[in-house]
Ligand binder design. Sequence first.
Ligand code: HCB
Length: 214
Amino acid sequence: MSKEEMFKELSDAVITCKNDVVTAAVEKARSEGISAPEIIEKGLAAGMNEVGIRFERGKLFLPHVMMAAGAMEAGVALLEADMPADAASKKLGVIVNGTVEGDVHDIGKSIVSTMLQSAGFEVHDIGRDVPLQNFIDKIKETNANMVGMSALMTTTLGAQKEVIEMLKENGLRDGIKVMVGGAPATEAWAEKIGADCYAENASEAVIKAKELLL
Ligand code: HCB
């Protein structure tokens, strides 16, 4: 089976919403030597995106989306062991990452945290639907060099801007890099709100974090 066929199988597995189908596809891809980040981004996330498109077109309903999200999480959980935290040996920087208040979407944010951690950053994942003050408190507590904020809805995107304003009010903005992500975020949005970068996916998040912190 070619790599492309393997990615298609992973993507289709997420669309079936069945955890066992997803985990079997992940095991198969892993045994073929495909890396965890590729399995996640080119396989599982592609399937989740397709679910999103079908949901938007009214072809699928919310329970299906929730089941697909659960199946994707089961696949990602299996791969976390392949991406061990290596922060002790090479701490590249300290990153606080979370999904902003009002927004429960956390699949992408969690993938970003896992990949940043496996790249050697110390990551403090503060979860989803995070009250904005918690970002500030965690940054102070951990003396973070970077904050990552995920927002998946147009209605919650503005919270990224609010946190940047709060960083300024707390005198923290000069000492920290700000990364924004999530489907409605863009490069132009990041620029408009004064973030340091926008990351389209988890691999890009790792590349941008290295560019900004190393
Ligand atoms: Co949800 N939902 N949803 N949803 N959902 C979206 C986001 C819509 C776009 C679907 C639509 O209607 N077209 C839409 C938002 C519309 C808008 O913008 N206003 C929407 C809606 C409306 C809602 C509810 C309000 C539905 C309802 O209840 N009526 C509700 C939200 C409640 C709330 O938050 N208060 C809701 C609920 C759900 C779940 C629970 C069923 C489920 C989330 C489960 C979970 O996350 N634990 C869900 C899902 C799965 C989606 C879609 C289908 C997929 C999102 C996803 O996981 N994508 C999504 C449609 C879409 O996005 N096209 C839909 C896959 C991941 C891998 O991609 O983009 O999240 P990602 O992350 C990438 C990337 O953005 C970047 O890297 C990641 C990895 O590559 N990145 C970062 C992300 N965060 C980063 C942070 C960084 O620092 C750096 C990079």
